[in-house]
Design a protein around this ligand. Structure first.
Ligand code: AQP
Length: 338
C-alpha cells in the first residue's frame, strides 16, 4: 500500500528488437488502444531495453520506427496518447540508477526472464540484461504510472517494480511518493504461444519464422503459417477442459477467441468435434481479416520515417516534462544537491 493520491496514468512499452507479432498485438497493443480513450497514456518504444542483447545499429533505428508504426496502425492516436522512444528521455536512465541502489540482488536473481534469455551461458550475458527489470521499474515510475498493460510474461517484472516502490517509499520516509503500479494482464491473448511449440511463447526472436505471425505478414503468409502450425491428430473438444495437455490446440483456440472477442467455450461450441482441416482455414481467415489491414497500414507509415520521427520527438517532449519533475523530486528525497 502507498498513500499515493495522484492521477491515474497508464504506461507501457515494447522493445524494438524484431518484428512485431500477434502476441505483442493481443498481449499489449490492442489494450493500449482501448485504454487511450479513458486514461492518460504513455506508450514507449523501449530502445534502451532492446540493446540489452545485441542490436545491429543499422536496424535498431528502423525497428524503432517499426514499433511506432505498429502503435499507430493498430489505432494508438498520438493526439490522445504520448508515443515516444525511451532513449530520448534521459530521466529513465537517471531514475534507473537510483532504483538499482534500492533493488536487492536477491530480487533480480529470481527473475525467470533473465534465466530464459541468458540461457546456459549467463556469464556472457550483458549486465543490462540482468538489471532490465530495474530500468523497467524506472520507465513506469518516472511517470508515476498507476496501470501497466502487459502480457503475462511481464508479471514478475511488474512485481519487482512494486517491491522497489515499497522499499523506496519506506526507506526514504516518503509513503505517498510513488504509486504501486497495477498490472493489466487479464483477458484473452495475454499469452500467445509459438505456432511450432505450444509450450513456448510467441516471440520476436524465435529462430523459426514459422513460429510467429508478424503483423507485417501478408494474407498468403499468414494462411500458410497457420496451415503448417503444429497440432495433434485429435478433433477439437467441445469444452475447454478437453484442451488440457493439448497446448497447440489450446493456443489456436485461444487466438481465435481473442480475435473474435468470444470465449474459448463459444469457439468450442462452434468447432467442437471438427478436425484442424476445418478449424485452421477459419482461423486463417479471421487472422487475415484482423491483422492484414494493420500490416498494410504499417507498410504505408514505414514508407515515411520522417513523419514517424516527428511523432516520436513530439511525444518525447511531452514525456520529458513529466519525467524531469519526478527525477528532480527524487533527487531531493535522496539527498542530492539540486
Ligand atoms: N507471446 C506473447 N503473448 C502475449 N503478450 C506478449 N508480449 C510479448 N510476447 C507475447 C507482450 O508484448 C509486450 C512487448 O514485449 P517486449 O517486446 O517488450 O518484450 P518481450 O516480452 O520480450 O517480447 P518478445 O516478442 O518475446 O521479444 P524478444 O523476442 O525480443 O524477447 C509486453 O507487454 C509483452 O508482455
Amino acid at each position: 500500500m502507498t498513500g499515493y493520491q495522484g492521477p491515474e496514468r497508464v504506461f507501457s512499452g515494447i522493445q524494438p528488437s524484431g518484428g512485431m507479432h500477434l502476441g505483442n498485438y493481443l498481449g499489449a497493443i490492442r489494450k493500449f488502444v482501448d485504454l487511450q480513450t479513458q486514461h492518460e497514456c504513455l506508450y514507449c518504444v523501449v530502445d534502451m531495453h532492446a540493446i540489452t542483447v545485441w542490436q545491429d545499429p543499422k536496424s535498431l533505428r528502423d525497428q524503432t520506427f517499426h514499433i511506432a508504426a505498429a502503435y499507430l496502425a493498430a489505432g494508438v492516436d498520438p493526439a490522445k496518447a504520448t508515443v515516444f522512444h525511451q532513449s530520448a528521455v534521459p530521466a529513465h536512465a537517471e531514475l534507473a540508477w537510483i532504483f538499482s541502489c534500492v533493488a536487492r540482488l536477491g530480487w533480480l536473481d529470481r527473475m525467470t526472464q533473465f534465466k530464459d534469455k541468458a540461457g546456459k551461458d549467463k556469464e556472457r550475458a550483458s549486465v543490462g540484461l540482468y538489471t532490465y527489470p530495474v530500468l523497467m521499474a524506472a520507465d513506469i515510475l518516472v511517470y508515476k504510472a498507476t496501470h501497466v498493460p502487459v502480457g503475462e510474461d511481464q508479471k514478475q517484472h511488474l512485481e519487482l517494480s512494486r517491491d522497489i516502490v515499497g522499499r523506496f517509499n519506506r526507506e526514504f520516509d516518503a509513503p505517498d511518493f510513488f504509486p504501486l503500479p497495477e498490472p493489466l494482464i487479464k483477458g484473452p491473448g495475454a499469452r500467445v504461444m509459438s505456432l511450432r511449440d505450444g509450450t513456448a511463447k510467441m516471440s520476436k526472436s524465435d529462430a523459426s519464422e514459422q513460429a510467429t505471425i508478424y503483423l507485417i505478414d501478408d494474407a498468403d503468409t499468414i494462411a500458410k503459417k497457420i496451415k503448417k502450425a503444429k497440432t495433434d491428430p485429435e478433433p477439437l473438444p467441445s469444452e475447454p477442459k478437453g484442451l488440457e495437455s493439448r497446448p497447440e490446440a489450446a493456443n489456436l483456440v485461444g487466438i481465435y477467441a481473442a480475435l473474435s472477442s468470444k470465449s474459448d467455450e463459444d469457439v468450442l461450441r462452434e468447432f467442437g468435434g471438427e478436425g484442424f482441416g476445418k478449424f485452421k482455414p477459419a482461423l486463417a481467415d479471421l487472422v487475415v481479416e484482423k491483422i492484414a489491414p494493420i500490416g498494410a497500414e504499417m507498410r504505408r507509415l514505414q514508407a515515411d520515417p520522417g513523419h514517424l520521427r516527428q511523432v516520436l520527438v513530439a511525444g518525447a517532449e511531452r514525456a520529458s516534462a513529466l519525467a524531469e519533475k519526478t527525477v528532480r523530486d527524487v533527487k531531493e528525497i535522496v539527498g542530492f544537491v539540486v
